[in-house]
Design a protein around this ligand. Structure first.
Ligand SMILES: O=P(O)(O)OC[C@H]1O[C@](O)(COP(=O)(O)O)[C@@H](O)[C@@H]1O
Ligand SMILES: [Mg+2]
Ligand SMILES: [Mg+2]
Length: 329
């Protein structure tokens, strides 16, 4: 099995990007170690702090953010970083080639129940000139690399540099990432979907109708039965979609009109969309491809529908219908 270094070199990845990917991969090994020690290391539970998005930070949110920040600050290829847990962008060096956006610990609500969590990252080219938040506001199409690390029964790194999606598994005996799937591929069709059903009454008409039709199974317009899964960590749900197909969505809702979306564009939706497209799937808001969005804020949120191409298309058809005349929606 190829090591991460061997795989990057066989893909012809240039030295600066390879260095950065190693920094991220090495830090994820340390995070995996901390996550695995859980209560033994006193890292479970919440802090008294909130992040810029008004969410109470878990201890591990802060610990993992600091680990990644420190490692990226020491990497000469990094010009700046943006994190879910940082209010503002952080300038790192004067001359680095890359900007890194990351969610240090995705699925925070799973920490205290010993369930799946992960790290998501997106690498953008650093524009020349003075660094500001504007430097980061690039469409997802500009990403030069993206990936996630899943801290599950085994620790796995899914990575794309625009040449398909490679999956590595951390060998716990040698602490080395080894290539265990050289080209992840999402089946075009699926009969599995993932959505937080408890928000059903808050969704817009297209999603209400689409999910109702899935639930009707064989007696409905789709004429087949669908299964549902919800891990409550995007990283786990997207990993399942990459592994065996499926549709994952966190749609627009009006639960809190000031927050119509949940997932963050720069460090959740864009990197996952890059991976999904590279594995042959699709990623949309319902109205446009996620990676085509021109960002306006590093912490901006967005509706996400991603996964098996034909099923995403089926969902998008519901978004092209005018429901304004429908009495009950
Ligand atoms: O709590 P809900 O509604 O199930 O939302 C789960 C979603 O929220 C998230 O946990 C948000 O990520 P963070 O844990 O990084 O804030 C996603 O990973 C996941 O898909
Ligand atoms: Mg997250
Ligand atoms: Mg997070």
């Amino acid at each position: 099995m190829q090591t991460l270094a061997q795989n990057l070199s066989s893909q012809g990845i240039e030295a600066p990007l390879s260095q950065l990917i190693h920094t991220l991969a090495d830090t994820s090994k340390a995070i995996s170690h901390a996550v695995r020690h859980g209560a033994l290391a006193g890292v479970l539970g919440a802090t008294e702090q909130e992040n810029v998005q008004g969410e109470t930070q878990k201890k591990l949110d802060v610990i993992t953010n600091d680990m990644l920040k420190d490692a990226l600050k020491a990497d000469s290829t990094v010009r700046g970083l943006a994190s879910e847990e940082e209010d503002y962008i952080v300038e790192v060096g004067q001359s680095g080639d890359f900007l890194v956006c990351f969610d240090p610990l995705d699925g925070s609500s799973n920490i205290d129940i010993n369930s799946l969590v992960g790290t998501i990252f997106s690498v953008l080219p650093a524009p020349s000139g003075e660094l500001s938040e504007k430097s980061f506001l690039q469409a997802g199409r500009n990403q030069v690399a993206a990936g996630y690390v899943l801290y599950g029964p085994s620790t796995m790194l899914a990575l794309t540099t625009g040449k398909g999606v490679q999956l590595f598994t951390l060998n716990p005996d040698t602490n080395e990432y080894l290539l265990t799937c050289e080209a992840m591929s999402i089946s075009k069709d699926t009969s599995e979907f993932a959505i937080n059903m408890s928000n059903q009454r808050f969704w817009e008409a297209p999603m209400q109708t689409y999910i109702s039709d899935l639930l009707l199974g064989k007696i409905g317009p789709r004429e087949k039965s669908f299964n549902m899964r919800w891990i409550a960590a995007m990283v786990g749900d997207v990993h399942r979609v990459l592994s065996r197909g499926g549709l994952f969505t966190y749609p627009t809702d009006n639960k809190n009109p000031e927050k119509p979306y949940k997932l963050r564009l720069m460090y959740e939706a864009n990197p996952m969309s890059f991976l999904v497209e590279q594995a042959g799937g699709k990623a949309s808001t319902g109205y446009e491809a996620i990676m085509d969005i021109a960002p306006t804020d590093i912490h901006q949120r967005v509706a996400v529908i991603l996964g098996s191409a034909n099923e995403v298309d089926a969902c998008l058809e519901y978004h092209s219908v005018d429901y304004s005349e429908e009495p009950n929606l």
